[in-house]
Design a protein. Sequence first.
Length: 619
Amino acid sequence: MAEIIPPLNKQTLGRMTSGEKRLARRLAALLEDDYLVWYDIPIGKKRRYPDFIILHPSRGLLFLEVKDWKPSTLKTISKSDVTLLTDNGLVTKPHPLEQARQYAYRVVDQLSRDPLLRQTSAAYKGNLIMPYGWGVVFTHITRKQIDRAIPEAVREALLPDHLMIYQDEMTESAEAEAFQARLWGMFNYQFGGALTLPQIDRIRWHLFPEIRIDGGGQAGLFAGDANDSLNIGETLPDIVKIMDIQQEQLARSLGEGHRVIHGVAGSGKTLILGYRCLHLAQALNKPILVLCFNITLAAKLRAFISEKGIGGQVQIYHFHDWCGQQLKTYQVRMVASDRPYWERQVETVIEAVEKGYIPRAQYGALLIDEGHDFEAEWLKLVVQMVDPETESVLLLYDDAQSIYKKRSGLGFSLSSVGIKAQGRTTILKANYRNTREILDFAYAFARDYIDPLSADDDHIPLVEPMAAGSHGPKPEVRRFNSLAQEIDFTLACVKKWHAQGVTWGEIAVLYAAGNQGAKIAARLKQASVPHLWMGSKDNKAAYTPGEDKVSVLTIHSSKGLEFSRVIMVGLGQLQDTEGELSQEARLLYVGMTRAMECLLLTVSAENEFSRRLLDVLAK
């Protein structure tokens, strides 16, 4: 069965014409699973929408236009346009074959400018590495009807037989072999050789810029729009990073209802969240609420959304800040209690919602990052904020990154807090952020401390990540006699990397204990190294991805972020008592998986974790 993107769910089928539905079902049923089919997805800066794009490793690239015209409505036809009889009288439309041809030529022109997508053999040098074609599907006209209506000589000029599929050739009883022969008869030429997976990824990278992941992390989604063709002299990367097919399928399936995505660190969860924000902002009238637990992650998401120009439609909050905003907006007085301020905030909002002081259903959609760090009462509260007419809820989750709870797993069922995700839970196992060496090291360290859970639709399992990234240097663990020596070594590394061409903004220094941050920041300041020490809430909220400063922050605050190079300092001061082992190990795992290319860890005090790190390094 072919992979249809977006999937043929209720929402996708709801925006298709009857003929498009029929063709989509035939494509899904009559093509093998190595076919990729995209429906109504814009290509290029001018946002042109081919009805269907089909890609096959051996066959090539095909563009199809689908028309539900009937013999009685099709009045005249020329090479450039057609005249239709509608309820509003005669209307002239572009010829669908010309539409499909223009889509194909523009894409081929763009792809052919990529040296890695051009043929190198002498006979065909400079041409695209794959065949391409275009055609039209008439879903309510049979081939006999068109044969009777248009003489053969005229028909061959206006509607060439080999470029057309008619109603009687796409029925439920159609044979797969005959149907595929119709499709690939639309090509003017064919040649041997199958596309490699990297070549297919490059084609997708050019076709759909929104699924790119740039070299600085999972921000390609928010990059500027691509041109229809490459600029003269533009340099293309040798290796491109994009969503894999599962990620793209999830990101484009914007259906209503509740959905849970459980992804390992670096699997693109936040990328998918951002993509949904973009599309939901276009589809919904009510604002979209995005919640997370980490202040720095909220700042990162706000910066991305603001750059894309939808900051007025998408509201991004650290959970407790959202509670404070609700109390301020609706002028609700805090309940009196001996509990900490942030706990009283949540308690007050819950009580105010129950009493009707704060309204429910304020938002058209709710997206929650770091769902593993949310308490049951928090989730139960925020799910009520979604308009019941849309019921659009997305929960992103990774139990291995749960660093604020002593227990493993949620400790409650999703259904008990109002999240109805049965049958709509997806697991992302592939890690694309980290090099294989970093991921192997991090998981080898953490796996003995983290207990796996059984999986079903209502509970989230712990999943071993699958390395999908590139190779790089092995992580290093260095021992010193004091924290001061750790910091001196950190400064030397930062300066050396910068001298080698690494920007300040690609580097992060993560520290284990609160008193270490001031010492690290003071040493960097003394050496005139630009840096942002996120030691206060205001500094965390001021974090801006892309700013050319070394980031200095706790391991806790690093969650959701990523950097090319990461140094983790003072790890010997982590608590290693029996009750803290699992939680602190998760914290270390989170910190390690912030590093995309290079990971360095330093210790000057001996504890369970320093011994374990050195043991893993020695294996």
